[in-house]
Design a binder for this molecule. Structure first.
Ligand code: KDG
Length: 338
C-alpha cells in the first residue's frame, strides 16, 4: 500500500511526456536584475546618484533591466563587494579609488595627498584620457569601470583634541581606508593609523577603538559622525574619486545596446551625483558646528606643513603606481589648472 501511494504522488508531479516547456514571449521574459551595493547610507549623494542611474536604466531598457540599491554595507564592505563583482554574484558597486588599488595598484595615483587643487581639475583628469586608461585596466580583474563619481576632499575628525598643526596628530589612532598609501601618509603625520572597512567605522569610533577618521564633510554629517566625534579640521588632504563598477560577467551577458545604456546612465548620473555632492560638501561644515563639533580651519602655514610632511609618499609610491603615469597625471593637472 505504501509503495502504491508513493507511486501515485510521484506520478502527480512528473511532467507528461508530450508536455513542452512554455516559451516566454520577449516581453514576458523575466527582467535581469542589477544589485548595486554601497557602504554609505541612503542620505548620501552617492545613493541619490544610484537612484538616477536606476531611473535611466529602467526607462531606457523598457524595464528589461531592473536596478536594486543596497546601502549602508548591506551587501558587505568595499572589498567583499568587489570580490562579488569578480565572481558575478553581485552586479554593481561604487567604491573609492583607494580600495580599488588593492586590485589595480595604479588607481592609487589619484590618492596622492594634496594632488588635485580643486574639483574642476579633478573632473578634467578623471574624465580625460588618463582616467580612461585606468578604467581600461579593470576588465582584467573581471570588473568594468563605467564612470568616475565623486566622494570628495577628505577632512579629519577625532574625539580627543583640536587639530591645528601636524604635531597635534601625534599618537592619535586614525582609521583609514584599506590602502597602503593612505596608511603611510598618516604615519608620516605622526598618527597611529589603522585600516578598517567603512561599515565597521561608526561602532569603532563609538567604542573608542579608534580616536578618529577622515572622510569628506558630506559623509561626516550624513553618517552622523558628529554623535561620536568632537573635532573636525578642514585638512582636504586627499581627493577621493568613486568609480562606478559593474561585474564583467553581467556586462558580457548584456547586449551592446544595453552596454551603451549603462555607460550613458553612469555618466548622466555622475554629473547629478557630483553636483549634489559639491552642494553637500559646501554646506555641511556649518551643520557640523551646529551639531556641536569644533570646526577648525587650517592656517596657510599649518597647511603648508601638512603638505610638506606627507610629500615623501610621492617618492615611495612613484614606482608602485608607475613613475611615468604619475608624471603624466601631474602634467595633466598642471595643464588643466591653467
Ligand atoms: O560607498 C562607498 C564607501 O564604502 C567608501 O568608499 C567610503 O570613503 C569611504 C571610506 O572611508 O571607506
Amino acid at each position: 500500500l505504501v509503495v502504491f501511494t508513493l507511486g501515485i504522488f510521484a506520478g502527480c508531479g512528473a511532467p507528461k511526456q508530450d508536455q513542452k516547456a512554455p516559451v516566454a514571449k520577449p516581453e514576458e521574459q523575466k527582467a535581469r536584475v542589477i544589485r548595486a551595493g554601497i557602504g554609505l547610507n541612503d542620505k548620501h549623494p552617492q545613493y541619490q546618484g544610484l537612484l538616477k542611474f536606476k531611473e535611466i536604466v529602467e526607462r531606457e531598457t523598457k524595464g528589461k533591466v531592473q536596478v536594486q540599491i543596497f546601502h549602508s554595507g548591506q551587501l558587505g564592505d568595499d572589498r567583499t563587494m568587489m570580490e562579488a563583482l569578480q565572481l558575478g554574484t553581485q552586479e554593481m558597486t561604487c567604491p573609492s579609488t583607494a580600495p580599488i588599488a588593492n586590485f589595480v595598484p595604479e588607481f592609487s595615483v589619484f590618492d596622492f595627498p594634496f594632488l588635485f587643487p580643486n574639483t574642476a581639475v579633478a573632473d578634467k583628469v578623471l574624465d580625460g584620457p588618463i582616467g580612461k586608461e585606468l578604467l581600461d585596466k579593470l576588465p582584467k580583474q573581471n570588473m568594468i569601470g563605467l564612470a568616475y563619481w565623486e566622494n570628495g576632499f577628505r577632512d579629519l575628525t577625532n574625539s580627543k583634541k583640536e587639530i591645528k598643526t601636524v604635531a597635534d596628530l601625534k599618537g592619535l589612532k586614525i582609521r583609514t581606508m584599506e590602502n597602503k598609501l593612505h596608511l603611510d601618509a598618516f604615519r608620516l603625520l605622526g598618527a597611529n593609523p589603522t585600516p578598517m572597512p567603512f561599515p565597521e567605522l561608526f561602532t569603532a569610533m563609538q567604542q573608542k577603538t579608534v580616536d578618529g577618521q577622515e572622510n569628506p564633510v558630506a559623509t561626516i554629517y550624513l553618517q552622523k559622525f558628529y554623535e561620536v566625534q568632537k573635532y573636525v579640521t578642514d585638512t582636504s588632504h586627499i581627493y577621493s574619486p568613486f568609480v562606478l563598477l559593474m561585474s564583467k560577467k553581467f556586462w558580457d551577458a548584456s547586449t551592446p545596446e544595453e552596454q551603451a545604456i549603462f555607460k550613458k546612465a553612469a555618466e548622466e548620473a555622475r554629473d547629478y551625483e557630483r553636483k549634489l555632492n559639491r552642494e553637500a560638501n559646501a554646506k555641511y561644515f556649518d551643520e557640523l558646528a551646529k551639531a556641536g563639533m569644533t570646526v577648525t580651519k587650517l592656517t596657510p602655514e599649518a597647511r603648508a606643513e601638512f603638505v610638506k610632511t606627507v610629500k615623501p609618499v610621492y617618492d615611495t609610491y612613484k614606482e608602485k603606481v608607475g613613475a611615468d603615469l604619475l608624471a603624466r597625471v601631474l602634467a595633466e593637472i598642471e595643464k588643466a589648472g591653467k
